[in-house]
Design a protein around this ligand. Structure first.
Ligand code: SF4
Ligand code: SF4
Length: 447
């Protein structure tokens, strides 16, 4: 076996596989202290070393050193990992687990150790199909909207036809989100300026894919809140996917293609900030610099773009939060804040959303036990690990019920969909789930 030192280039990267092309020092950072274990949801599930960050890093390091082949067992282990990055926040050594996670998923894809015909088909339809073509994705959204509103969905459910599906697909069918009546480009003009003052800043608003299809009104709310903070808001009507889903599922080539398209569409030099209201997207957008570091045509612009990305809460607080005036009709609301993993651990944004909520007249923030614990959404985790996803969701729902809140506020569409599903299943439909900026925008409109 060749030594690690002999195989590293001057940038510390090893030739060959995706794991070996990772800066080897990233894999060497782990001190084996175990401080990440208590925060890792999959380790909490089984108590097995290989189901925690420390064990996973050890396995992947062995693969990078050619001590172990990239096997289906290791790939499944990485599929079991949520990618929630709670371990990153807990790690005193600053292990960059996100990089390791993405490289491991890319290695899984490259080696094909988990490939089946069905997986290849799904990938071709989703990652390489719909999520590379925003217009096709919206066309699917329109078709789904028709299906849901025409009564066909209800009729099929009543007929019992879905009983023919496998349990996994039946479960997914019950989770199918309601498609927004109108998508973001029908709700937000390409350029909007504040009515009452000259713009203080110019920002680009990202509408996302899931957010655009299912929660487009959250994008309208975000634009309204930014306008109320004196921002000129530029919202390109057709936007590419940010590529986070591709990167998390190992398709780094497609993720790079999408990053280039995004940078071409939103030149960072033209804006004070690029605003994201989705924790998962924002976390990925901040890494465009790493993603395109080896692309001479884009590396500089990718660095500039990543530096301009701001989560909407962080931006509002950072530029001077303007609290909505307290009206006599502000309804008293007990609000529990759920932390999206990629907002909290991926972007380090924890205080700002609570500050935004606390500024809303009538809102009382109540403590949500384990607010940082993953809700089980984690991209396509519900599809790949339904049992674990369900257990995490049940745990989240139990904590929400214990908090005694009227509203669960959050900052990521995946979490919103997941927690709405969990509360519906638990019969707790009186508890509303809403994006933080939606609550803020409603207070502005009341005022
Ligand atoms: S990303 Fe989450 S599930 Fe994966 S090792 Fe880290 S804490 Fe555990
Ligand atoms: S906390 Fe960091 S250094 Fe300690 S075992 Fe976990 S990953 Fe390694």
């Amino acid at each position: 076996m060749e030594s690690a030192a002999a195989a590293t280039d001057r940038r510390g990267r090893r030739a060959g596989s995706m794991l070996r092309s990772l800066d080897f020092s990233v894999l060497q950072q782990c001190l084996h202290c175990g401080l990440c274990l208590p925060v890792c949801p999959t380790y909490a599930e089984t108590g097995l070393e290989r189901h925690g960050p420390r064990g996973r890093i050890a396995l992947l390091r062995a693969v990078a050193l050619d001590e172990l082949p990239m096997s289906a067992t290791i790939a499944r282990e990485m599929e079991y990992c949520l990618g929630c990055l709670a371990c990153t926040s807990a790690c005193p050594a600053g292990v960059r687990y996100a990089e390791i996670f993405e490289a491991a998923r890319a290695e899984t894809l490259r080696t094909g150790v988990l490939d089946t015909r069905f997986r290849r088909f799904l990938r071709a339809i989703t990652l390489r199909g719909l999520f590379l073509r925003p217009r096709a994705l919206r066309a699917l959204g329109v078709a789904m909207r028709l299906y849901q509103r025409s009564g066909l969905e209800t009729a099929l459910r009543r007929s019992g036809a879905f009983r023919l599906l496998s349990p996994r697909w039946r479960r997914l069918e019950t989770m199918a989100p309601r498609v927004s009546p109108r998508f973001s480009h029908r709700l937000i003009a390409p350029r909007e300026a504040p009515a009452a003052e000259p713009p203080r800043r110019r920002v680009a608003l990202l509408t996302g894919c899931v957010q655009d299809l299912i929660y487009a009104e959250v994008n309208r709310d975000t634009a309204d809140v930014l306008l109320a903070h004196g921002c000129e808001v530029v919202t390109p009507p057709v936007q590419p996917c940010c590529g986070s889903m591709h990167a998390h599922n190992g398709d780094l080539e497609a993720a790079r293609t999408l990053a280039r398209r995004m940078i071409d569409l939103i030149p960072p030099g033209s804006f004070d900030a690029v605003i994201s209201n989705a924790g998962g997207c924002g976390s990925h957008l901040r890494h465009y610099d790493r993603l395109l570091a080896d692309d001479p045509a884009y590396a500089d612009r990718a660095r500039a773009f990543a530096a301009k990305v701001r989560d909407v809460h962080e931006w509002l607080v950072g530029t001077g939060l303007r609290a909505p005036p307290a009206g006599a009709d502000a309804p008293p609301l007990r609000v529990a804040y759920h932390e999206s993993c990629h907002l909290r651990h991926g972007q380090g944004v924890a205080r700002a959303p609570r500050q935004v909520l606390a500024a809303i007249p009538g809102v009382t923030l109540v403590d949500l036990p384990e607010a940082e614990w993953c809700c089980g959404s984690a991209g396509v985790y519900s599809l790949t690990q339904p049992e674990t996803a369900d257990r995490l969701l049940d745990r989240k729902v139990a904590n929400v019920l214990a908090a005694g809140a009227d509203v669960v506020a959050l900052g990521n569409p995946g979490c919103q969909l997941q927690i709405e599903t969990g509360l519906r299943r638990a019969g707790a439909t009186r508890i509303r789930v809403a994006h933080t900026v939606t609550l803020f925008a409603e207070a502005l409109r009341r005022a």
